[in-house]
Every structure is written in C-alpha cells, then in structure tokens.
Design a protein around this ligand. Structure first.
Ligand SMILES: Nc1nc2c(ncn2[C@@H]2O[C@H](COP(=O)(O)OP(=O)(O)OP(=O)(O)O)[C@@H](O)[C@H]2O)c(=O)[nH]1
Length: 383
C-alpha cells in the first residue's frame, strides 16, 4: 500500500523531509492571518513553503495556495446537492477531497524529493496547511484523520493550535481552550505547538505562567472567583464555588499535558514571535522523528497484527464449519490434508491480506464518494 511504503521510506529519509505545519484553531482565532504571516516570513527567507488550503468555505485566502480544496469541491453546490447545513457541507467537502489524498501526497513527495535531472531544484522545507475554523469537523472526522495520517506517514507533521490570546484571559476560557487543545492532541497523536496569537493586543506571558506555575493559576482562580467570573448574577455575590474547584482539579490534571507542549506568543499582525514559532517547529519535528514516528509505526503494526489474528480466527471458524459439514456429509470432497495446506498458504499471505484490507477500507470510502461525485460531477466538483 502506498501509505505504508511511504511510512517505511519516511523513517530513512526523515532528515531531509519538509515539515508539515497544520494550523488549527477556533473560528476567529486568527489562523488565516497567522498562515499569511508565516507564509510571508518563509518567502522573505527565500524558502517558499508548499501551501494547502483545506477550508472549503473560506471566501478569500490572502495568500497563494498550491493546493486549494475549493478548486476541487464546490462547497455551496455540495450543500445544495446533499441538502446539508454549513457544517455538513464542510464535512462532505472534506470527505470528497480526502478521496484525492494519494494524488496530494504524490505531488508533495515530488516537490520534496531531489530530481537528478534538475540538480538546482529548490526543495520545499515547509508544508503549510490551513484548516476549517470548525475544528471538530476536521479533527474528529474520518476524512480529517485520513488527511492527517497520510501527511504524518510521509512527513514530520506538527499541529499549530492557534489561540486568541485576548479572549483567553479569564481562567475559565483559558481552561476551555486547554481542554480543547488536549482533545486535539489526544485525537491526532501529533506533536503540538500552542500559538498564543494577537499578542499585540494582549501579551501571552500570563498564559505561559499559568501553564508552568500551579500557584499562579490558583491565584488567578481566586481572583476570578472573587470577581464573580464563575456564575451568579454580577454584583450579587460569588458563584457556587463549583467552577472554581473544577478548574482547580483540571489544572492539576493538565500539568502532564502542558509538559509535552511548546508554547509561543505571536502577533500575526506585527510578525512578533514568528522566529520563536519556527524554533518550536524544528524542536517538535525532531520530537516527531524520535517519539511519534516509532509510535505511529508501532500502532500500525499492532493494527495489522490484530487484523491478522481476526482473519485467522475467522478462517479457523470457517475451516471448522467445513469439517463439520464434511462429517455430516454436506461438504464437498475436500480432505483434511487439503484444508491444512490451504491454511498454510493463507498464513503465508497474511501481510498481503492486511494490505488488501487497508486498501479495501480506503477504496470503500473512495468508491462511495466517487459514485456520489459521478452522479453530481458537473455540479459539485470544480468551480
Ligand atoms: N490585533 C490582531 N488581530 C488579529 C491578529 N491575527 C488575526 N487578527 C484578526 O482576527 C480576526 C480573525 O482572523 P482570521 O485570520 O480571519 O481568523 P480565522 O481563525 O482564520 O477565522 P476563520 O476563517 O473564521 O476560521 C481578523 O479580524 C484579523 O484581522 C493579530 O495578531 N493581532
């Protein structure tokens, strides 16, 4: 299978691989502006990145994309044709686009590999991916997972979680954001950088302090509680104290999570902090190669092994059923010896079956959408 082959080659050639930076963040956090800023930064350094826009609903992208989901899928037509709302439209557009993941990887690998016929060819060092503001539609969908896993199987991949700093200044919104980030880390299993954006409006030092100093967060909690930030009617006494104690327990639970993150403060408006961001990217890309890639490969092997066992079990059941049928005179003329040899030959081909199964899973998705697309070819695909 293509992605498996690229997974094994990626380990060997990871040192020269470009890093894929996937920007996620809540609507309005400044993802697109941040993408524009880091894109301009890399252009200024004469290292133009490869840019992918995965937001089908965005009206204007203020930078040039090499691959744009809107070139392949017409989001408005998808909504109309499938009778969907905005989120369903984004999800279905992503699903349609995910059927092209092999083509996308092919293009990326071509741009990332040296070409003997073009020795002067400039290889890309960074792949920037912008995602829809509806994080859950991307992070928790099958297509989002396919796209992320495919990227990560070929390139060191890091998640840049963009946070609106001024809107995260209270302990409760800060904690909500951290829990969201934690769920993304849990789902994607990729190294993450927290990008506290809009530092021209509010400095991110408070957030860094809360993440490293438990007592500082407790003091902020106390202040918010006294200021009635956790409920009750404003000016009529403090909230129940439930929120305070919940946030308190969560902050101690999240300590382990904080330890695995890089945190940078950035202003996408002024460009402040962008160098620190790329330092963090390099650090996380190394971490990806050392910790995440072996883990990804271990998980893949585990999955293959589980599938192999399941198939063996099914096969054993089938053989048992056949021999029972045979003893009751309903089976054909097959002998026990023949059965054994068949098991053996199947055992030998287990890995091939794993490939076929994986291929089948993906092809299943592809076939369903290919069929859907064919039916609506003119109207949903292409602009
Ligand atoms: N002051 C300031 N404003 C910013 C910064 N980054 C983004 N903004 C503003 O924040 C608003 C949202 O920015 P976008 O880049 O559109 O945010 P987004 O996350 O891509 O939003 P969606 O497309 O809805 O997902 C815009 O008005 C930006 O001008 C920043 O660093 N400083």
């Amino acid at each position: 299978m293509a992605s498996e082959a690229s997974a094994s080659t990626s380990a060997a050639t990871a040192a020269q691989q470009p890093v894929a930076i996937v920007c996620v963040g809540m609507a309005g956090s400044g993802k697109t502006t941040f993408m524009q800023r880091i894109n301009a930064h890399l252009h200024a350094k004469k290292e133009p990145p490869y840019v992918i826009n995965l937001d089908p609903a965005v009206l204007n992208v203020p930078f040039e994309s090499n691959i744009d989901i809107r070139d392949s899928v017409n989001y408005k037509e998808v909504m109309k044709q499938y009778n969907l709302g905005p989120n369903g439209g984004i999800l279905t557009s992503l699903n349609l686009f995910a059927t092209k993941v092999d083509q996308i990887l092919g293009l990326l690998e071509k741009r990332a590999a040296p070409d003997p016929e073009q020795p002067g060819k400039k290889l890309i060092k960074n792949i920037l991916v912008d995602t829809p503001g509806q994080i859950e539609v991307f992070v928790w969908s099958a297509s989002g997972q396919i796209l992320l896993e495919s990227l990560a199987s070929s390139f060191p991949t890091v998640i840049a979680y963009v946070i609106d700093t001024p809107r995260t200044a209270s302990t409760s919104t800060f904690m909500s954001n951290m829990l969201y980030a934690c769920s993304i880390l849990y789902k994607t299993k990729l190294p993450m950088i927290l990008v506290f954006n809009k530092t021209d409006v509010k400095d991110a030092s408070f957030a860094k302090e809360w993440m490293t100093d438990y007592d500082a967060f407790q003091e902020a909690l106390q202040r918010d509680d006294e200021g009635n930030a956790f409920g009750g009617v404003e000016g009529e006494g403090a909230g129940s104290g439930y929120m305070g104690s919940l946030l308190n327990s969560m902050s101690s639970m999240l300590e382990e999570f904080y330890a695995h993150l890089s945190v940078v403060g950035v202003s996408s408006m002024t460009g402040q902090g962008v160098d620190e961001f790329f330092d963090a990217v390099r650090e996380k890309a190394e971490e990806f190669k050392q910790d995440y890639l072996p883990e990804l490969e271990r998980k893949r092997k585990e999955r293959d092994e589980q599938k192999r066992k399941m198939r063996q079990k099914e096969l054993d059941k089938m053989m048992k059923g056949m021999s029972m049928g045979e003893s009751s005179g309903t089976a054909g003329p097959k002998t026990a010896d023949n059965d054994d040899s068949e098991i053996e030959s199947n055992n030998g081909d287990d890995d091939d079956y794993a490939d076929v199964d994986d291929e089948y899973d993906r092809e299943g998705l592809q076939a369903r959408y290919a069929a859907a697309m064919e039916a609506n070819q003119d109207s949903t695909m292409g602009r």
